[in-house]
Design a protein. Sequence first.
Length: 205
Amino acid sequence: MAAILAKKLGMTQRFLDNGRVERVTVLEAGPCPVTGIRTQERDGYEAVQLAFGATKEKHLSKPELGHLKKADAPPMRHLVEFRDEAGELKIGDSVTVEAFEPGQTVKISGISKGKGFQGTIKRHNYASGPKSHGSHNVRAPGSIGASATPSRVFKGIRGPGRMGGKRVTQKGLEVVEVIAADNLLLVRGAVPGHRGSTVEVRTDA
């Protein structure tokens, strides 16, 4: 098992030796210093805490700076815990992209792009109504409940509303290439989040 924090740089394509073109997402992953170890005896669960995203001291509170100083880590913006990923890691160690190999399957979590208030067709993939013969029900959601019984709308009915901006985990992504010199991880397919967002990368067991 391996885990790391990364910054999404964007998408590009790579031409492989067999002539195949791979659409990949480029992630600037780590290096992530280990700033905390959680144990079953002391904390009730096992986890490792990683730091990522260099920042200035003025952007962090004194408790945050003190916590990072104990691990001899520079000022970092993000602190994330990964359950059951501690292994042989100790406070002060650093996790890099070398923990991953081409061909590995990973799952990536991040905050999806916010799309604002959307209707049911875009938000829930509803089918549209007829578009001819004077129809007034082209993109309306249709009936959401009977008038007589139950005379109300049940909770949980899928309707229009705010879309995106939530935590999403994309599973089954494959590592295409690891460029350790530049701390880059190239993953096949799309990754949740906008360019510049921070994502969590774990091996998909």
